[in-house]
Design a protein around this ligand. Structure first.
Ligand SMILES: Cc1cc2nc3c(=O)[nH]c(=O)nc-3n(C[C@H](O)[C@H](O)[C@H](O)COP(=O)(O)O)c2cc1C
Length: 185
């Protein structure tokens, strides 16, 4: 059976370069692994303990948790908003961190990568995402890093899957994440 890697993309815009990176990861997954991009982060309300109860659990949040439970690993794609993680990705992490003591990340491997317009490629946001996911119960693979700067220019005409250097880096990221599935933290 294939290893299932759930991709969460921290940008909602249709032309998101982080989404394109995630699409490229789908194409570049090695044999024995499949990457699925989660659809529906925009529909999940801000985390609120009052609605995180059986009677009120929003369907969109339940869908995210189900997808996470079925996953063997996670690949997060984060741009940088004002020097940190976009709210949409943080919200997903917060939902997956609960119920307390039973995080849906469940100690599974997580890698965080991404692209941003700035010269550091969103490294602050990706570092923040690693910190949050680690606290939220994921097994963050700290040495899987890929922060691609100048997104708006670099991917203006070229999809990441068609950018030879980026495609090679992404292939390695997915292969290394795959290699961490089943390895004790
Ligand atoms: C609200 C906002 C804040 C931003 N802040 C930063 C930033 O701190 N650092 C940076 O490199 N780019 C910043 N950007 C530019 C984003 O990196 C750029 O729009 C990027 O392409 C967004 O990712 P996407 O293509 O996946 O949507 C910001 C963009 C927005 C909309």
């Amino acid at each position: 059976m294939s290893v299932r890697i759930l991709a969460l993309v921290g940008s909602l815009r249709a032309g998101s370069h982080n989404r394109q990176l995630a699409e490229a990861a789908v194409k570049l997954a090695p044999e024995g692994a499949e990457v699925e991009v989660f659809e529906g982060l925009a529909d999940i309300p801000f985390y609120n303990e009052d609605i995180d109860v059986a009677d009120s659990l929003p369907a969109a949040a339940a869908k995210l948790r189900e997808a996470a439970q079925a996953a063997d690993a996670f690949l997060l794609f984060s741009p940088e908003y004002n020097g940190t993680i976009p709210a949409v990705l943080k919200n997903a992490i917060d939902w997956l961190s609960r119920p307390y003591g039973a995080s849906t990340f469940g100690g599974k491997p997580v890698a965080v990568i991404g692209t941003a317009y700035g010269q550091y490629g969103g490294v602050w946001a990706q570092d923040e995402a690693r910190k949050a996911v680690g606290i939220a119960g994921g097994n963050v693979i700290e040495d899987i890093k890929l922060s691609i700067p100048g997104s708006v220019v670099r991917f203006a005409e070229t999809h990441p899957a068609d950018d030879t250097e980026v495609a090679a880096q992404l292939t390695e990221v997915v292969a290394r994440l795959h290699g961490n599935v089943g390895v004790a933290a």
